[in-house]
Design a protein around this ligand. Structure first.
Ligand SMILES: [Zn+2]
Length: 128
């Protein structure tokens, strides 16, 4: 599974985003170490604190299917600039990833930049 295919899947699922408040749709595609891909979108709520990001939706779908190891996550927002995961999502990805987990951040045209999780979450709080 290459980076571009993951981005395509993140871009495609973005159409299912439920984002009536921010109007900022986000899609994510997560690759597990078994080779399966789980997608997710942001799901907003009128009570804003109940909103869930696309990346965490994808993580929770994977974990609920028994997948506990994340190799890469692609994220794509409705923007000219690349979309980066928020701090909470970085921490949640780390729970099932490691410092080398790839975070592939794309804009709405598919241009992208790849980071390691360690680059996006240095000096992380970990269970070790
Ligand atoms: Zn987030």
């Amino acid at each position: 599974m290459d980076e571009k295919k993951l981005i395509e899947m993140a871009m495609d699922v973005r159409k299912n985003s439920y984002s009536p408040y921010s109007k900022f749709s986000v899609g994510a595609a997560l690759l597990t170490d078994s080779g399966k891909v789980y997608t997710g979108v942001n799901v907003e709520n009128v009570s804003f604190g109940a909103t869930n990001c696309a990346e965490r939706t994808a993580v929770f779908k994977a974990v609920s299917e028994g997948e506990l190891k994340i190799k890469a996550v692609a994220v794509c927002g409705d923007s000219e600039s690349i979309t980066l995961p928020c701090g909470i999502c970085r921490q949640v990805i780390l729970e099932f990833g490691d410092k080398d987990t790839k975070i592939i951040c794309a804009n709405k045209k598919g241009d992208y930049k790849v980071f390691t999780l360690e680059e996006l979450l240095p000096y992380a709080f970990t269970k070790f």
